[in-house]
Design a protein around this ligand. Structure first.
Ligand code: ADP
Ligand code: MG
Length: 248
């Protein structure tokens, strides 16, 4: 679903590269944490997947597309396949919760009837049933992040990228948010979540990909945050012949 092959990213030649020779593969339906210190390159990985930026070297495939080759006018179609969740929620402050979700569908050209059905269903999915008329500032931080997740998933994306989605939340609320992302993953959506919250990573025991100064230093099937927890080393063998990400 997502494949990086030898990806490098240099923003500024006077500094070290933001990413160096990154090989990464997420199969359809996987859930992975992307961990590493601030500045290690996590957000850069997300931006490259969304094609908000392009790699300096190497290749990237997302949802069956070679990002090297797709045309500018195909980028919106790519982004429809990807729901994005941020640390700072990025809601529309002057719209109600329901309107926040409806707006995403309007932009994608959904019919009013489809919107009327999908909005309450999606609010319920994220646990915000009955709160559709609230304004964002009338919601708690955890509820605001649930609403942001509703906006990300209402378009039925194949991939959800979450960039430090618990960064502004207390520990208990953070666990709820990751549980929700885990539930979304269990319906088949591929999820990549950047975090440096070691408690969460330890609790969920999912695949952990660790960046250090732009290089992958760990890729572990069911890791805890610390390296001491063992597991297999960088880069499990991948057979390109059977790789489901290389589909049409
Ligand atoms: P993380 O999300 O792990 O904190 P980032 O991907 O944001 O890391 O940043 C990786 C490195 O790239 C950092 O050294 C950062 O300063 C640099 N960087 C990120 N974005 C830009 C940019 N737009 N221009 C220049 N340097 C950048
Ligand atoms: Mg970041």
């Amino acid at each position: 679903m997502i494949r990086f092959t030898g990806v490098g990213k240099v923003y500024d030649a006077r500094h070290r590269p933001a990413l160096r020779n990154v090989d990464l593969h997420l199969a359809p339906g996987e859930f992975a944490f992307l961990v590493g210190a601030s500045g290690s390159g996590k957000s850069t990985v997300m931006r490259l997947i969304l094609r908000e930026d392009r790699p300096t070297s190497g290749g990237i495939e997302v949802a069956g597309r070679d990002l090297q080759r797709i045309r500018r006018r195909q980028v919106p179609r790519l982004r429809r396949e990807i729901g994005m969740v941020f640390q700072d929620f990025r809601l529309l402050p002057d719209k109600t919760a329901a309107q926040n979700v409806a707006y995403v569908m309007h932009v994608l050209g959904a019919s009013p009837k489809a919107v009327r059905t999908a909005v309450p269903a999606t609010l319920e999915l994220v646990g915000l049933q009955g709160l559709g008329k609230r304004m964002p500032h009338e919601l708690s931080g955890g509820e605001q992040q649930r609403l942001a997740i509703a906006r990300a998933v209402v378009k039925n994306p194949r991939i959800v990228l979450a960039d430090e989605p618990t960064g502004n939340l207390d520990p208990a609320t953070s666990l709820e948010i990751v549980t929700l992302l885990n539930d979304i993953n269990s319906t088949g959506t591929t999820v990549l979540m950047a975090t440096h919250d070691d408690t969460i990573v330890d609790v969920f025991r999912k695949r952990v990909i660790e960046l250090e100064e732009g290089e992958i230093v760990r890729d572990q099937a069911d890791g805890g945050y610390g390296r001491a927890s063992g597991g297999w080393p960088v880069d499990p063998p991948i057979d390109p012949g059977t790789d489901p990400a290389v589909e049409g």
